[in-house]
Design a protein around this ligand. Sequence first.
Ligand code: R5P
Length: 312
Amino acid sequence: MDGRLQIFAGTSHPRLAAAIMEELEAPLGRALVGTWKNGETRVKLDENVRGSDVFVIQSVCNPYDHHLMELLLITDALKRASAARITAVIPYYGYAKQEKKTSGREPISAKLVANLIVTAGADRVLTLDLHAPAIEGFFDIPVDHLRATPLLARHLRRELEDGVVVVSPDAGGVARAEDFRVRVGGSLAIISKRHPDPDHTEILEMIGDVNGRVAVIVDDMISTGGTLVLAAELLRERGAARVLATATHGIFAGDALSIIDRSPIEQLLVTDTVPLPDPGIGSKLQVMTVAPLLAEAIMRIHKDLSVSVLFT
Ligand code: R5P
C-alpha cells in the first residue's frame, strides 16, 4: 500500500485509541466527532485524506447504536473525501450475540451491522475475538480476525501450576478453550448450558474432572456475568481447589462486576477492548491492553505484511 497511513477514532474508547497511537508513535487524525443540537451524530474530518491508507478505531460498545453510527459516518466521510483504502478497526464487535435466529421473527443483527459497515465504504475490517467466527463470513471484504488467547495465556501461564484444568463454559467455546489449554498445558473440561432467554443462563452438565485442581474458565465475553458465576459455582461444587477466569471482552452489563466479586472466582483477567473502570486495589479484575497487538496489526496491514504471525 503506497498511500500515507492516517488513523482516526470515534469516541467509544479514547484511552485505547491513544494507547494504539502511542505504540505507533503517531498522532491521531484530527476530526470533529460529536452530536448536533438535535441529537444526531455529527462528523467532520479536519485533515486531507485523499489517497491515504486510513484506519478508523471504534469499538461497537455501549451505547451501541451511537458508536456504530459514528463508525458509519466517519467511514462515509473518508470515502467521500477520496481515501484510497479504509480499514474499520473494531476491537469489540457489538451486536455479535445475535448472529443467527434462535426463533422465528428475529433479526440477524450481526449480519445487518456487517452490511452497514461495508455499505458505508469500509474496504477491510480488523477485529478481535468475534463472538462467533462465522461473522467473518458476513463480510464480503477481507477481515483480519485476531485472537487474544495468546496474550491471555502468556500472562496466566505464570499463575498456573501443573494439573490445571481449562474450562469452556459452553459447547461453542471449546475450540477457544482448547487453544488456551495447548498454550498452558493441563486438561479440558466442558460445561453445557442453555439460555432460557438472552440474559439468563442455566447450567446443564459438565464433562471433565476438576477435583482438587486449579480451574481456569476461558470465554470470549462476559456480559451479565451469569455464565461465569454459575460455572465457577459448579466448579467449586465439583471440588476445584481454585477458580480463575479469563475473557477477551469485559462488557460487564448491569451489576456483573459485583456478582463476580461475590462469586468463588479468585481472579478475572480481561482485555481493554471496551472501556473499563480502573480495577481498585484488591479487586479480582485484571486488565491487559490489546493496544500493542492492534498497533502491530495496523502496521502490518499498512505494509501488506502477513498478520498470521500475531496468532502465535
Ligand atoms: C456465550 O455464548 C458466550 O460465550 C458467553 O459465555 C456469554 O456471552 C456470556 O454472557 P453472560 O455474561 O451474560 O452470561
